[in-house]
Design a binder for this molecule. Structure first.
Ligand code: PLP
Length: 405
């Protein structure tokens, strides 16, 4: 620590939580705050100027996703996109059903995985209170969903299968296409939460087989509070928010035009540099993984290969994750943990629990997610700090003293 008490170096390794907005993206957004501030629904010049910006972004998103612009619905973020996907399809079923699915077939059944984001888990739980049935599929020790298990869970009244593209904690990438095919074989719709995949993986809705797909701009160097739900033309999705006729009556409320413009700009940039960014981040990530593993008694969480290029997630024996985060923060490193402290006891996240990790091991959870703004020097600094922190924390930890004796 320097004399003024601030860390000598600050290294942000929490890009799965959120990213900085790129200066070029801010640049693209600025006119929509100050000059092109009209309401995109207004007929006058101010309205048209805003509308143009918004529709430009819609075309940019459609180009990246390989869909038609009118299949792109802008939302307030990934959470709303996920809610709209699940509840929108559920309400459509309740309101009379849709092609191949009639409410006479059963209460309506939705399949998700145990490691979905809370935006999916809690939406599904909420739908259970309204009479829907939900199957929560387990994952293997690497966090993979088995497409055959999806097939076995399918029912006559299965309306929707929602499995995330890549996991936010452990980075595991799911066999989305195979799962989509299984869902479609049973006449169900397929939704994927691609929030973490955005900016890191190719997202072509056709090749993924998605009828519905969620994105959030702040995960790919765009602004917070804006996202997308791709809705394949003709998919039965009723609105969950009522009011004006914006977004072709699929999502009422005056659009967040600057945010939408930022989303389009950020996604286009991410797409243009997809391969080079992924290669760059994978290099940093792999150095992190090998460096952390050298500490000893460290377990890599998630799939060894099928994982996001920027994700490293560990359980470190003999350390307490939350204490570790505080120590790292004091030395200028921003990291995250899959264990949440609730009233003094550290509860493992639902994702770590689903992997079958023991409560004891899950205590030492640490997630490091790199970004395009990190340098190799950042990683070396983080590794040396980590090494020191783990040693300090392990002193006086009898469990590991025994393990390494
Ligand atoms: N889904 C996943 C996989 C996420 O990682 C996040 C972000 O935390 C969300 C959904 C929610 O997105 P937002 O923060 O834009 O609501």
């Amino acid at each position: 620590t320097s004399s003024n008490g601030h860390p000598q170096r600050s290294v942000y390794l929490d890009h799965a939580a959120t990213t900085q907005v790129l200066p070029e993206v801010v640049e693209a957004m600025l006119p929509f705050f100050t000059e092109r501030y009209g309401n995109p629904s207004s007929v006058h010049a101010w309205g048209r100027a805003a509308h143009q910006g918004m529709e430009g972004s819609r075309r940019q998103v459609a180009t990246v996703l390989g869909c038609r612009p009118r299949e792109v619905v802008f939302t307030s973020g990934g959470t709303e996109a996920d809610n709209l996907a699940l509840k929108g399809v559920a309400w459509a079923y309740k309101r009379g059903g849709f092609e191949g699915k009639s409410p006479s077939m059963g209460p309506g059944h939705i399949i998700i995985s145990a490691i979905e984001h809370h935006a999916i888990l809690h939406s599904a739980e909420e739908l259970e209170h309204y009479g829907f049935d939900v199957t929560v599929l387990p994952v293997d020790k690497h966090g993979m969903v088995d497409p055959d298990a999806v097939g076995r869970a399918m029912r006559r009244d299965t309306i929707l299968v929602s499995i995330m593209y890549a996991n936010n904690e452990i980075g595991t990438i799911q066999p989305v296409r195979e799962i989509a095919d299984v869902a479609h074989a049973g006449g169900a719709l397929f939704h994927t939460d691609a929030v973490q995949a955005g900016g890191s993986l190719e997202i072509n809705v056709g090749s993924l087989g998605a009828d519905l797909l969620s994105l959030s701009a702040h995960k790919f160097y765009g602004p917070k509070g804006v996202g997308v739900l791709y809705i394949k033309a003709g998919s039965p999705v009723l609105p969950i928010q009522h009011g004006g006729s914006q977004e072709s009556r699929r999502r009422a409320s005056t659009e967040n035009v600057p945010g939408i413009v930022g989303l389009g700009s950020a996604l286009t940039r991410a797409q243009q540099s997809l391969d080079s960014n992924a290669t760059y981040m994978r290099g940093l990530r792999d150095r992190l993984i090998s460096g952390v593993q050298q500490i000893g008694n460290v377990h890599l969480m998630g799939h060894p290969e099928q994982r996001l290029p920027n994700n490293a997630n560990f359980c470190i024996e003999g350390v307490e994750g939350e204490t570790m985060l505080l120590k790292l923060d004091m030395r200028g490193i921003g990291a995250s943990s899959g264990a949440a402290c609730a009233s003094g006891s550290t509860e493992p996240s639902h994702v770590l629990r689903a992997l079958g990790i023991s409560r004891e091991l899950a205590q030492g959870s640490l997630r490091l997610t790199v970004g395009i703004d990190n340098t190799p020097e950042d990683i070396e600094y983080a590794l040396s700090v980590l090494d020191a922190c783990v040693s300090e924390l392990r002193e006086g930890s009898p469990a590991v003293a025994r393990a390494s004796a």
